[in-house]
Design a protein around this ligand. Structure first.
Ligand code: ZN
Ligand code: CU
Length: 487
């Protein structure tokens, strides 16, 4: 081994490799876009050496739940994510994908991604091609959204799709998967999809099975009917013969606090019979479009954006109502279209879900909000700093596993999520003593502390608190039939 050369060599790192295994001391050599070797690499030399003493070197984090479809193109530095150590994002969640749809105006919640005319991709392949031609600083894998398909296909959204509409949506879904989408997402909670019966989703999932693709869902109800919605999700997975992924698992509303005890037990039982996965973000407040039914369930609501009243972004809805001289329900109506943060979960449920071994970490950040939920900038360092180090909810190794190895395995991101010879050099170097989220509900767009260096496909993407300008991100297309071969 003596005398070998590489491009970058991390010396004396504390390696947490993403598998959940205990940390160990190691040097890590990167050559080209991959990890060449690790261990004690005494005879090795490199173009560039990085002294990693006292620092943790981990696989780059995988944000499994994002709405970054447009951000990847609009702000390819991806600073909110790179600053947290994220090297791969999964977009197209909650039934909302930027493609395939051509529309000047879109209904909520599709407007969360829209800057006016942003939905301009007739085919999923067109979007992926643009992303490939104008790469971002980090990798992206994309889901195709059920609500996007409905908006593209149905004349009105408050009804079930007809047989011929389902056939058309199924054909578009199949074409999107063949272009490289990794699965189908739904947002059955939201108006554009809420009228879709379970059977519509099962039929739409038909192209997934043969292609080894995934079903990922923002369930119909995360509040009073959480357990019934979970049952619906598991049924879709079983009947379509596909893995069912539950997004941002939570129990919403005071009346439902504590219900994650039952939901996690049900998920654990289902996992013995069918492929199931779940993700969560580390906050007791959620965020989406502004809806009165959600305000009514929340102990407090903050406005994140409003088209007619951008000046109220960051303000509490009660305060907005006082300023407007009306009640909160009327204020919510006047702000439309708008977004909000809802304080509606219990800390105990959040901890229970995060600590559940199969739970992956996903931010669910909304990157185009004027005053976003802090999860956009803080999710990963908050899990590492607040929940693992300060609160001892799990070990640092488990925390890293939930955002790397576990996620890559579930989403079948080959060569990602582990620090191992031959794997892609997606790496995050952080200070385990200093790492913490600095984003707050008052000042959400604040970069985290303690993330010192981030590498994507062998190139340094983030260092000294800023992006390097490298655009080494790849589009991670679904690899045909992998699931069949693996079983
Ligand atoms: Zn969602
Ligand atoms: Cu979401």
């Amino acid at each position: 081994m003596a005398g070998e050369k590489c491009d970058i060599l991390f010396r004396n790192a504390t390696l947490i490799d993403g598998s959940g295994a205990p940390r160990r001391a190691a040097d890590v050599a990167v050559r080209g876009e991959r990890i060449a070797a690790l261990g004690r690499l005494e005879g090795w030399s490199a173009e560039r050496e990085v002294d990693a003493s006292g620092r943790v070197l981990a696989p780059g984090f995988i944000d499994v739940h994002t709405h970054d479809d447009r951000l990847l193109l609009a702000e390819p530095d991806m600073t909110p994510k790179l600053s947290q150590g994220v090297t791969t994002v999964i977009g197209g969640n909650c039934g909302i994908s930027l493609a395939p749809l051509v529309a000047e105006r879109v209904p909520p919640p599709l407007d969360l991604l829209d800057a006016g005319g942003s939905y301009r991709y007739p085919r999923f392949a067109d979007y992926l091609e643009e992303l490939g031609a104008r790469p971002a600083a980090l990798n992206a894998a994309l889901l195709v959204g059920h609500s996007t398909l409905r908006v593209a296909t149905l004349d009105r959204l408050d009804r079930a799709a007809t047989k011929s509409e389902i056939a058309r949506m199924r054909a578009i879904a199949a074409e999107s998967l063949d272009a490289g989408a990794i699965g189908l997402s739904t947002g059955l909670f939201y108006a554009p999809a809420n009228a879709a019966p379970t059977e519509e989703v099962i039929e739409l999932c038909a192209p997934l099975r043969a292609r080894g693709a995934l079903y990922v869902t923002h369930m119909r109800d995360e509040a009073d009917h959480l357990l019934e919605s979970l049952e619906e999700t598991l049924r879709i997975g079983r009947e379509a013969g596909v893995p069912a992924f539950i997004s941002h698992h939570k129990a919403a509303g005071v009346a439902n606090h504590g219900k994650t005890r039952q939901s996690l037990a049900a998920i654990e039982a289902a996992m013995r019979a069918q492929p199931v996965a779940l993700d969560a973000y580390p906050y007791a407040a959620s965020s989406t479009v502004l809806r009165w039914d959600m305000v009514a369930r929340a102990s407090k609501t903050l406005v994140t954006w409003s088209t007619p009243h951008p000046e109220f972004a960051g303000k509490a809805l009660d305060e907005v109502a006082r300023t407007m001289g009306c009640g909160p329900e009327q204020a919510a109506a006047r702000l439309q279209p708008a977004g909000a943060v809802y304080f509606q979960m219990s800390e105990e449920d959040v901890r229970r879900v995060l600590a559940f071994a199969p739970t992956m970490i996903g931010s669910d950040g909304l990157p185009h909000d004027i005053h976003p939920h802090p999860r956009l900038w803080g999710t990963f360092p908050r899990v590492l700093g607040h929940y693992a180090r300060d609160e001892g909810l799990f070990t640092l190794e488990q925390a890293v596993h939930k955002m790397t190895g576990l996620s890559a395995r579930n989403f079948e991101l080959e060569g990602r999520g582990l620090v191992a010879p031959g794997a892609y050099a997606d790496l995050t170097l952080f200070d385990p003593v200093r790492v913490r989220d600095a984003a707050t509900f008052e000042h959400p767009a604040t970069p985290a502390e303690g993330i010192e260096l981030v590498m994507v496909n062998g190139q340094i993407a983030w260092r000294d608190g800023r992006p390097s300008g490298a655009r080494a991100g790849k589009v991670l297309r679904r690899q045909a039939g992998r699931r069949d071969r693996a079983s």
